[in-house]
Design a binder for this molecule. Structure first.
Ligand code: NAP
Length: 282
């Protein structure tokens, strides 16, 4: 496992475990326990996933010291705003049963996220969060925040996989010293990724699966990954990417798979924006 040093000196694992769509508390707790036993140290949850309590239960039971874990959670759209963000952060802390968060992210650039970010800067300076960042900040949104923020976001978590590579967005993140982190590193299973011929053929050379090649490709271009699986053997497989390296030729072959757009979400579609504003978590 490799670590990346964030722009404030904090070390973050380059690979973590995501728990989106693991809503059942018992299943979520079990999955996080198995992930930690499989070597994951970063857990990525969100207030909107409804599973912070289950993640917290696993953290308490796992036997790994808190300081060896890296816990990420996220502020939902409904709580964008200075006061609301402070309250929402405390709710997340309480649900997780923690007294600090390693990385707190704005989930979507919607609502009064500037007010929320100011609250996060204060909480960060008070030592409640080891790092702060954002998600789904497309280049123009990220540039505007970075030009005005007191604390440059440490991470921008965006959709990044072989079919939506966003090289220009990554270039801008690097310019501002923002670490890119991939959500949906398997494109949420779309595009036949797990049996894709290009990824499968490359994997054969190293005795690795298409899934492992997809993850390795992202980490080799400096992108942290947070794959999700509720199956232990897949968690282990997904973690087993630190003992091989893709060649320049492999990286170039994968570069050709880029479609240049997402087929999962449409952030610029007003209907999508309206939908997220209707999603209430309390
Ligand atoms: P993903 O990790 O791209 O894909 C998960 C899917 O792949 C699941 O159906 C899983 O099935 C399957 N899978 C995992 N490993 C596999 C393997 N080795 N072989 C075959 N199938 C495999 O999708 P994601 O969960 O959307 O993204 C990962 C994390 O990113 C999330 O959990 C969440 O923490 C974060 N995220 C953030 C945002 C945001 O807006 N910030 C948005 C989406 C996601 P099983 O579980 O059945 O194994």
């Amino acid at each position: 496992m490799q670590y990346v040093v964030l722009n404030n000196g904090v070390k973050m694992p380059m690979e973590g475990f995501g728990v989106f769509q693991v809503a059942d508390p018992a299943q979520c707790e079990q999955a996080v326990l198995e992930a930690i036993a499989s070597g994951y140290r970063l857990i990525d949850t969100a207030a909107a996933y409804g599973n912070e309590e289950a993640v917290g239960a696993a953290i308490r039971k796992c036997g790994v010291p808190r300081e060896e874990l890296f816990i990420t959670t996220k502020l939902w759209v409904q709580d964008a705003g200075y006061e609301a963000a402070k309250e929402a952060f405390q709710t997340s802390l309480d649900k997780l049963g923690l007294d600090y968060i390693d990385l707190y992210l704005i989930h979507q650039p919607m609502g009064d996220y500037y007010g929320a970010y100011r609250a996060m800067e204060e909480l960060y300076e008070a030592g409640k969060m080891r790092a702060i960042g954002v998600c789904n900040f497309y280049p123009h949104v990220l540039a505007d925040l970075c030009e005005t923020a007191k604390v440059i976001p440490a991470v921008n978590q965006v959709e990044l996989h072989p079919f939506f590579q966003q090289e220009n967005a990554i270039k801008l993140m690097k310019e501002y010293s923002v670490t890119p982190e991939a959500w949906g590193p398997f494109a949420e299973g779309n595009h036949g990724i797990f049996t894709h011929p290009v990824l499968t053929e490359i994997g054969k050379k190293y005795g690795k699966s298409a899934a492992q090649v997809a993850l390795r490709w992202n980490v080799q271009r400096g992108v942290a990954v947070i794959p999700k699986s509720v199956h232990k053997e897949r968690m282990e497989q997904n973690m087993d990417i630190w003992n091989f390296a893709l060649s320049e030729e492999d990286m170039a072959a994968i570069a050709k798979l880029d479609l240049g757009h997402s087929e999962i979400v449409e952030h610029t579609n007003p209907e999508f924006v309206k939908l997220l504003h209707t999603m209430k978590i309390h």
